[in-house]
Design a protein around this ligand. Structure first.
Ligand SMILES: Nc1ncnc2c1ncn2[C@@H]1O[C@H](COP(=O)(O)OP(=O)(O)OP(=O)(O)O)[C@@H](O)[C@H]1O
Ligand SMILES: O=C(CO)[C@H](O)[C@H](O)COP(=O)(O)O
Length: 183
């Protein structure tokens, strides 16, 4: 089972009816929404979701799972719950992995690959390997977005296997970071 706890604020879509109250030990009472995704008894795979932080600034949700586990499918449903259809950035790289809706921006952590497809092959590492990912940049940029700053996020192009020029990500109300190593 995977759980997504979304600590809401008045900034969220007021038409959402999924919030309920939860007292957190040592913290003030907060509004939360909890989503459950059952692990299929026939499947060894599951999708893991958790909140990294909640305050009045951008809310960050991490979605962790291996390739092909259903992250994109789950995120499309989640962003529609938050309001508005999710689309790639307008006028940007057609191979962008980013999805933007009225309230939510979903970024794919594959964009923080530090080695392109050829580079990974040459080094004999997979995309899961820490040596193939720039975790420092990932941390810095997620932190910056949470603090309300726009960032120039790199793009990993799944079509070409290359690292493309970066795209501008402005701070949304809700930021979802999905991929192999969001935690
Ligand atoms: N709950 C589900 N039950 C059955 N099939 C599903 C479910 N969720 C997604 N799928 C199917 O699994 C496949 C992979 O889904 P999806 O593209 O959402 O995964 P992903 O984790 O985003 O993959 P990737 O890491 O490669 O981008 C798709 O064919 C999708 O239709
Ligand atoms: O989806 C993935 C990880 O989440 C891919 O496995 C990884 O990004 C490598 O991509 P590609 O196979 O297109 O070079």
């Amino acid at each position: 089972m995977a759980i997504c706890a979304v600590h809401t604020s008045g900034q969220l879509n007021p038409t959402c009816s999924f919030s309920s109250s939860l007292g957190l030990s040592g913290q003030k009472q907060q509004q939360v929404a909890v989503f459950y995704k059952q692990r299929s008894s026939s499947s060894r795979r599951s999708v893991g979701v958790s909140v990294i932080r909640c305050e009045q600034e951008t809310i960050v949700i991490g979605l962790a799972a291996d390739s092909g586990c259903g992250k994109s499918t789950f995120m499309r449903r989640l962003t529609s719950v938050f309001g508005g259809g999710a689309e790639p950035p307008k006028g940007g790289n057609p191979d962008s992995n980013t999805l933007i809706s009225d309230t939510t921006t979903v970024i794919c952590l594959d964009d923080y690959h530090s080695l392109d497809r050829t580079g990974r092959k040459e080094k004999g590492v997979t995309a899961l390997d820490p040596r193939a990912n720039d975790f420092d940049l990932m941390y810095e940029q997620v932190k910056a977005i949470k603090e309300g700053k726009a960032v120039q996020k790199p793009i990993y192009n799944h079509v070409s296997g290359l690292l493309d020029p970066p795209e501008l990500i402005k701070p949304p109300k809700i930021l979802v970071i999905e991929g192999l190593h969001p935690m």
